[in-house]
Design a protein around this ligand. Structure first.
Ligand code: ADP
Ligand code: MG
Length: 286
């Protein structure tokens, strides 16, 4: 048995009781508490779309959480509520016990792609995170440190259109992380990248997670990515958008994508997803 798969009996715990609004075992450890959140949209025909219905989730400080589920199940809606980019009709979201009411650099956000300012250089894009907080002068040296961390030395004066998609996502991550957010919210940041670049950024994210112990909340379509990175995987189902299950992944890092336990978790998640979406074509990366 490989190092990665040692001590992994009881690898998955069906922790779905958490979806009923219970807080984490020790509420003091909960950085983010989402309780009974509803968000409804109205489409152009006036029909209601229950993007989220009675969603409750408690996230522990420093935890790596993935949200997974078919398109339209409310992942982005939930992430936007946590970011404070949107508000729920019912329920509450609290960070460190304080109700979320608007955006804050404490909650960094990374979009799927194309979020860099095209008219700014890589250096300036990363610095824009500090400028938004009016601390650029005091913390200027930080920019160089973050460029080094994401492995883009020598690219300081280059513009976004001159770098690859993977490099651009590293810059977007650095721009959010430079404010040392308590939580980093990632909406399919690797969704548009090829699998080699994706694996590279996944390792970079784990490195940064370990270094800064930032709470990570990642939206992904990729089951393997969720298992490779996460402490817990939140499975969502659409219409109405709900949490159907929460699985805990207790494998040690670095995780072996071909390992027995890894594949067992993958099988279990795929079963859950297919069961949950029996009428729909599966669309998950394998
Ligand atoms: N601004 C909006 N207006 C109307 N419907 C929306 C809006 N944003 C999202 N929706 C709908 O809400 C549901 C959830 O969307 P979303 O959170 O983007 O899902 P996901 O990120 O899981 O694909 C979908 O049915 C989507 O069409
Ligand atoms: Mg989305």
């Amino acid at each position: 048995m490989s190092e990665n798969t040692k001590n992994t009996s009881n690898t998955i715990h069906n922790n779905s009781s958490n979806t009923s609004g219970k807080r984490a075992a020790n509420p003091k450890d909960a950085i983010l508490e989402i309780e009974h959140v509803n968000r409804t949209y109205y489409d152009t025909d006036g029909n209601t779309v229950e993007a989220l219905k009675d969603v409750s989730l408690s996230v522990r400080r420093g935890e790596f959480i993935s949200l997974i589920g078919s398109s339209g199940c409310g992942k982005t809606t939930l992430l936007r509520l946590i970011a404070g980019l949107d508000h729920p009709e019912a329920g509450t979201l609290r960070l460190n016990g304080t109700e979320i009411n608007g955006t804050d650099p404490q909650r960094g956000y990374v979009f799927q792609q194309g979020s860099l300012f095209p008219w700014l250089t890589i250096y300036q894009n990363i610095a824009s995170g500090l400028k938004a907080r009016h601390v650029y002068k005091e913390q200027k040296a930080e920019v160089a440190k973050y460029i080094e961390l994401i492995g883009l030395n020598g690219f300081e004066k280059v513009f976004p259109h001159q770098i690859s998609g993977g490099m651009a996502q590293r810059v977007a991550i650095a721009r959010a992380l430079i404010n040392k957010p308590e939580a980093l919210l990632l909406d399919e940041p690797m969704g548009a990248l090829d699998s080699f670049t994706r694996a590279d950024i996944q390792d970079k994210l784990l490195e940064l997670w370990r270094l800064y112990q930032t709470t990570m909340i990642l939206v992904t379509h990729d089951v393997d990515e969720a298992i490779y990175l996460s402490d817990r995987i939140v499975i969502m189902t659409p219409r109405p958008g709900k949490i159907s299950e929460i699985l805990e992944v207790k494998l040690s890092h670095p995780r072996d994508r071909g390992g027995e336990e890894f594949l067992a978790i993958r099988k279990k998640i795929l079963e859950k997803l297919h069961l949950a979406n029996a009428s729909q074509e599966p669309e998950y990366n394998l």
